[in-house]
Design a protein around this ligand. Structure first.
Ligand code: ADP
Length: 260
């Protein structure tokens, strides 16, 4: 190949190379910003329960001899915050493994209706505390076989159903519906709880994004549940979506690969 315009060719090549480098640097900068933001989020998340524990221990010192009842109350409060820290560590571990691609998916064939029923039974006591009814339609008589990582999908279901309880109303309901599509199943989890304003929906799956941080902490949230759910479904090359109306309720819907 003999070029008619060698100098221009070289210039074009250099330009292209510089363009590529620029994109690379931009993406490294973005990653760095992301990491810094993540670290500052994480330390903030740790500080809140740690400071609380510190405070309760101080108050314990003051009342342990004169007021054992009060002391017990502070101990319980400290305990709750220790629990929060351990949830946080667990979720952080999951998310960092998922993000680094360190864990591979263990694909197997299983019945998604059965798994949904198992998960509902597992969370029944939790729901009972708020008198929330967990239900799945009885019409699913034939098995709905999917190809996916069963334990990870169990985590997806647990996180979504737990949210429907945490942000659900007393005496409310959580409904699970499973629809057969062409080569997928669509799984919908619907609650009639507090709902989410539209402006929040787009950021809902980001790590540590919460509509109401106070409420999330109050109900034992880490702010990582939906980010974990999204990562798991992305690793399966499947999707999740959400629709919601404030004060009416919320539906999360995700797909799984259907085995015909
Ligand atoms: P958290 O641990 O705070 O629950 P998630 O990542 O699971 O974190 O959810 C992020 C936020 O999305 C929650 O803090 C809450 O504001 C909102 N959210 C999630 N699920 C629901 C739901 N079913 N109804 C209303 N709000 C919800």
């Amino acid at each position: 190949y003999v070029s008619a315009d060698p100098i221009n060719d070289v210039q074009a090549e250099v330009k292209e190379w510089a363009g590529e480098k620029k994109i690379e640097i931009e993406s490294l900068k973005k990653q760095e910003l992301f990491r810094r933001e993540f670290l500052s989020n994480v330390s903030h998340e740790f500080k809140t329960p740690l400071f609380a524990i510190q405070g309760y221990i101080e108050m314990l010192h003051d009342c342990i001899t004169d007021d054992p009842e009060q002391a017990k109350h502070f101990l319980n409060k400290a305990d709750k915050n220790v629990e929060r820290l351990s949830y946080l560590i667990n979720d952080l571990e999951s998310i960092s493994k998922l993000e680094s691609g360190e864990i591979s998916m263990n694909y197997e064939k299983f019945d998604i209706v059965l798994l949904a029923k198992e998960t509902l039974t597992h969370l029944e006591d939790n729901a009972l505390k708020k008198k929330i009814k967990l239900q799945i339609q009885d019409k699913y008589t034939t098995p709905a076989i999917v190809l996916a990582d069963k334990e990870k999908i169990r985590t997806v279901l647990i996180n979504l159903i737990q949210n429907s309880i945490k942000y659900g109303r007393e005496n409310g309901t959580t409904d699970i519906k499973i629809f057969e599509l062409h080569d997928q199943y669509l799984i919908e989890i619907t609650d009639n709880g507090i709902g989410i304003e539209e402006k929040h929906l787009i950021r809902l799956f980001e790590r540590f994004y919460r509509v109401d941080s106070h409420r999330s902490r109050e109900v034992g949230g880490t702010g990582l549940g939906l980010a974990i759910v999204k990562h798991i479904l992305e690793a399966h090359e499947q999707t999740i979506s959400v629709r919601s109306t404030p004060y009416i309720g919320t539906t999360f819907a995700f797909t799984l690969h259907r085995v015909k």
